[in-house]
Write a protein that binds this ligand. Structure first.
Ligand code: ATP
Ligand code: MG
Length: 170
């Protein structure tokens, strides 16, 4: 069954210049990238993304980590991968949550670490199941940022001001 899954290269992955390596590993899946962008997550987005972790003792550190506060790299690369069994294929390549328990050849096994403060810096996020994927993709991307029609959309009128290029042509 064709599925879409949200992939984030976390701030430690960007700080360590691992983008190319991670994308190369992900290309082994032969899945399609149907959306991609660099995002500066704020606390609101980070807390919503990890809403299921709210009760965990490490929640505050996790939010600081994903916002890039720990790495002084306030950005993540967000992507949607699409294709047959996308969720499982990407999760398998990522490896276990704890980078020390992850298969050594997996992305997390290769590049992750546990900090002295106990945070799992595991360089990549991937949706765990279809419900998570749907919620996460809608949280990180607007419909027009994804090149195929994934979920139902509606047309709504927005009257707020938006920033545009001052002069599109030189
Ligand atoms: P992610 O959602 O980031 O892809 P995951 O689905 O493998 O990871 P979750 O249980 O959703 O694992 O945990 C979310 C994140 O919280 C992990 O990626 C890791 O950064 C952090 N985390 C999870 N468990 C622990 C733990 N026991 N100690 C420290 N940090 C943890
Ligand atoms: Mg998770």
């Amino acid at each position: 069954m064709k599925q879409a899954t949200l992939v984030l290269i976390k701030p430690d992955g960007l700080k360590k210049s691992l983008t190319g390596n991670i994308l190369t590993r992900l290309s082994e899946t032969k899945l399609d990238i149907i959306a991609a962008k660099i995002v500066r997550p704020n606390r609101e987005l980070a807390s919503e993304h990890y809403c299921q972790m709210k009760e965990k003792p490490f929640f505050e550190e996790l939010i600081q980590y994903i916002c890039g506060e720990i790495h002084d790299k306030h950005k993540v690369m967000a992507m949607v991968y699409y294709g047959e069994d996308a969720i499982k294929k990407v999760r398998n390549l990522c490896g276990a949550t704890n980078p020390e328990e992850a298969e050594p050849t997996s992305i997390r096994g290769s590049y992750g670490r546990i900090t002295s403060a106990g945070i799992y810096e595991n360089v990549i996020h991937a949706s765990g199941n279809e419900t998570e994927a749907k919620r996460e993709i809608k949280l990180w991307f607007e419909p027009d940022e994804i090149i195929i029609h994934l979920f139902p959309t509606k047309i709504t009128e927005i009257t707020s001001k938006v920033r545009v290029w001052h002069d599109r042509r030189p």
